[in-house]
Design a protein around this ligand. Structure first.
Ligand SMILES: Nc1ncnc2c1ncn2[C@@H]1O[C@H](COP(=O)(O)OP(=O)(O)OP(=O)(O)O)[C@@H](O)[C@H]1O
Ligand SMILES: [Mg+2]
Length: 265
């Protein structure tokens, strides 16, 4: 397994002041595999993405991608490393059109003003044409062609989520990190997302954070369950479904409902 492992998270611990957000967490994502990370609110799922992305530093442990340890990397290094992520919210630029948002995703420098400059300058017209063509192909794949020139803010939430995904795909990542891509989607929209995820699998490894069990169970090759920052279970969907500890962690949340209200975070 280790030989062709792409992402290797080894014994990672992250603390924020006195709070241990992740404790001794290990997992791998091979290319061509969808690995799901599930767990109740506050379990450390987003923190896991943040530490992989170089947004927060682990207190202990290591992250290796394609055999190279990522130690001082920053989020702007990610496109060069072949890693893309989507945010738990949308994170789209209001002042840019859909296609400009997507094009921006392929840029190492993620500053809206630089993207605007890139898209307007004669000196870069060849480059711009190439980027636009690539973005058009992606928009077609995501069935977003008809909204390419519109500002994302006027579009339905589910469409905006797909734009955010398109932006992450523009860098042609070999590893895609998705933080709750199905939040706010209807059943039908989730079906579309499911098909899309399965179609991406041949091109990249995917780390999928998601609360929707149906989606996770039907798309993931393996699952890792976090609870209070620790891995409490890992394995195939069938193994996880039958794990009493997982049921307890989840039913505890669902039954009390006490944390469900701030799930949007
Ligand atoms: N930058 C930060 N500073 C301080 N505490 C943080 C920070 N980021 C996360 N935390 C805390 O770390 C814990 C894990 O948070 P995290 O956002 O990773 O959980 P999550 O599993 O993504 O939850 P959710 O399902 O609600 O998105 C929480 O207690 C949270 O309050
Ligand atoms: Mg989160």
């Amino acid at each position: 397994m280790a030989a062709d492992a792409r992402l290797v998270v080894s014994n990672v611990t992250v603390t924020f002041g006195g709070l241990t957000a992740l404790e001794d967490v290990s997992l791998t994502v091979e290319s061509g595999e969808i690995v799901g990370v599930i767990g109740p609110n506050g379990a450390g799922k987003t923190t896991l993405l943040n530490v992989i992305c170089g947004f927060v530093r682990p207190r202990a442990g290591s992250i290796t991608y394609r055999g190279r340890e990522l130690r001082r990397h920053r989020p702007h290094d990610l496109p060069g490393l072949g890693i893309s992520r989507t945010l738990q919210g949308l994170g789209l630029w209001r002042g840019l059109s859909v296609i400009e948002n997507v094009i921006a995703g392929g840029q190492a420098s993620v500053r809206a003003d630089l993207v605007s400059a890139l898209l307007g300058l004669p000196r870069s017209s060849g480059e711009e044409a190439r980027l636009r063509a690539q973005a058009r192909t992606l928009l077609a794949e995501l069935q977003l062609e008809s909204v390419a020139e519109r500002p994302p803010g006027v579009l339905p939430y589910a469409i905006q989520k797909r734009v955010a995904l398109g932006r992450a795909l523009m860098a042609e990542p070999s590893l895609l990190l998705l933080d709750e891509p199905a939040s706010g989607l209807s059943e039908h929209e989730m079906q579309d997302l499911r098909s899309l995820l399965l179609s991406l699998r041949s091109r990249m490894g995917v780390l999928l954070i998601e609360h929707h069990m149906d989606l996770v169970m039907s798309t993931c090759d393996r699952l890792v369950v976090l609870d209070f920052g620790r891995v409490i279970a890992s394995g195939t969907p069938d193994v996880i479904r039958a794990d009493p500890q997982v049921t307890t962690a989840y039913l505890g949340e669902a039954v009390t409902g006490s944390e469900a209200d701030d799930a949007g975070g």
